[in-house]
Design a protein around this ligand. Structure first.
Ligand SMILES: [Zn+2]
Length: 498
């Protein structure tokens, strides 16, 4: 018996030792992603908390309206971030939340719940509104070739977790109660606003809405009552009845917007995780508040790398619902664009720079994307291959470009500068980063009739009968193909692409 227990202990120590060696080995061979961390205002190596595993949380949509292409710019950059991490051999666990309750019209503590308001306008329930726009959002994500997260987390399905977190904050003395809810006292959290202070100036403008009873203007709601002082709303006359409300230790109500992201990210990724991303508009309020709640509750650092994407601008102004200058993906499709044309456009600007939107810019992106499609179809015909060494060199160079703070404009420039020297294999590899759906490009369907015409043309050309050869070229054109004579023989391109 004793021998067996010693034996088990030795096996245990040996397994730990092997794991440790493997850990050191992984660290030594890993190539890290370099990313700009809003927290430190510096470009840093992304060193995971757990060997090569990355916990990645991205703030998701508030599902009360169609998302616009400005919103999608953020999700595209986050998708590039995830794809690059995976190509660098990090194992990524990605969570996106669905805000289906608690996001108020002022984005802070005041105003109405966006979803309940829209539900009343459309004479539907808040659940109907939320589920409808969630479905549309997910469809748009797929059309933009954005990989879905490992976990979609709905705020309304994590009420228990949010209440538990507020209870911890209450116990630690970070909360106080006023007539419309339970609030977080920012002055109790010494490091409040550090992220916001390190952020660029233009993102620091704060909404100055204050509720009189609040101790500080920046204090924010953790739990909002459906009725004043937590009374049963059904007993109060003229009080707008809500579809989404839950009992809590403080009264019937609903959670604030910020607490959902703290509760759900910590549930799925742990109290301390690696990467949290979103738009730069989230820095001064939403993310600042997430940090305050989470760190106050856990006494631990919340997130190591805060990564923020810049705005989409139209005529010098941010595209947004409040500006009423937005376009949805459907509207772009109605104008004859493919959603992936927009994805291409998004990649032409660095994620930390503003992207200037215009239909002309979108047209150029469409042309570039279609040009890539044509190149792939030609390569299918010529069956070009390059050496393993050349192939590796291209992949290394491209990954090295994007590895440094996700420089997709530089990455695209590199792809175009080497396009004559590479084969389909390398283009499709590049598309594992860019995600332009190039793997779905099919070889051109060339019928036997056209093949025979090509043979005929070839024999005329060999006999230097240029006139007859040209007549056949024009005939082939009628079928919708242009002929190009390459060193590997004639290749066809579809006229529908030009
Ligand atoms: Zn969030």
């Amino acid at each position: 018996m004793k021998i067996r227990s010693i034996h088990n202990k030795l096996i245990f120590i040996y397994t730990l030792y092997i794991k440790y060696i493997r850990y050191l080995y992984t660290l030594s061979i890993m190539t890290y992603l370099l990313i700009y961390n809003t927290k430190t205002r510096a470009i840093e190596e992304v060193k995971p908390i757990r060997v090569n595993k990355i916990g990645f949380y991205a703030c998701g949509p508030t599902v009360y309206q169609y998302a616009h292409i400005g919103n999608f710019r953020t999700y595209i950059f986050e998708d590039i971030l995830k794809r690059t991490l995976r190509l660098l051999n990090y194992k990524v666990k990605h969570v996106i939340n669905i805000t289906d309750v608690g996001h108020l019209t002022s984005d802070e503590n005041d105003g109405e719940d966006k979803i309940e308001k829209e539900a009343r306008r459309q004479r539907k329930t808040a659940y109907e509104i939320a589920r409808f726009y969630e479905k549309v959002f997910k469809k748009d994500i797929r059309r933009l070739n954005i990989e879905e997260p490992d976990i979609w987390a709905r705020a309304s399905e994590h009420i228990k977790e949010q209440i538990n977190l507020i209870k911890i904050l209450e116990k630690k003395g970070f909360t106080y109660r006023i007539s419309d809810g339970i609030y977080f006292d920012v002055l109790r959290f010494r490091k409040y606003g550090e992220l916001w202070k390190t952020a660029p100036k233009e993102t620091r403008a704060r909404d100055n809405i204050t509720i009189k009873e609040k101790k500080n203007p920046q204090d924010f709601a953790l739990w909002k009552f459906s009725a004043p002082s937590g009374a049963d709303p059904s007993t109060i006359k003229n009080f707008p009845l809500r579809d989404m409300q839950w009992p809590s230790p403080w009264g019937i109500g609903f959670p604030g917007w910020h607490i959902e992201c703290s509760a759900m990210s910590m549930k799925y990724l742990g109290k301390h995780f690696d990467v949290h991303a979103g738009g730069i508009d989230h820095i001064p309020v939403h993310h600042t508040n997430e940090i305050a709640q989470s760190e106050a509750a856990s006494n631990m650092p919340f997130v190591n790398y805060w990564v923020h994407g810049n705005f989409l601008l139209v005529g010098g102004k941010r595209m947004g619902k409040s500006e009423k200058n937005f376009l949805t993906l459907d509207e772009l499709v109605d104008k004859g664009f493919d959603p992936l044309d927009y994805r291409y456009l998004a990649l032409t600007a660095h994620y930390r720079s503003p992207l200037f939107f215009s239909l002309d810019a979108l047209k150029s992106s469409r042309n570039a994307r279609l040009h890539l499609t044509t190149i792939i179809q030609k390569l299918y015909q010529t069956k070009k291959k390059i050496s393993k060494k050349e192939s590796l060199k291209f992949k290394d160079d491209l990954l090295e470009t994007v590895r440094v703070d996700l420089d997709t404009p530089k990455g695209l420039a590199l792809l175009w500068s080497r396009i004559e020297d590479i084969s389909i294999n390398e283009i499709l590899w590049a598309d594992r980063i860019f995600g332009l759906g190039l793997n779905k490009v099919k070889p051109l369907k060339i019928s036997n009739k056209i093949r025979n015409l090509l043979k005929k043309r070839d024999s005329y050309r060999k006999g230097k009968n240029w006139k007859e050869a040209d007549i056949i070229r024009l005939e082939i054109k009628k079928y919708g193909f242009e002929i190009e004579d390459s060193s590997r023989g004639p290749v066809l391109t579809s006229l529908s692409f030009s």
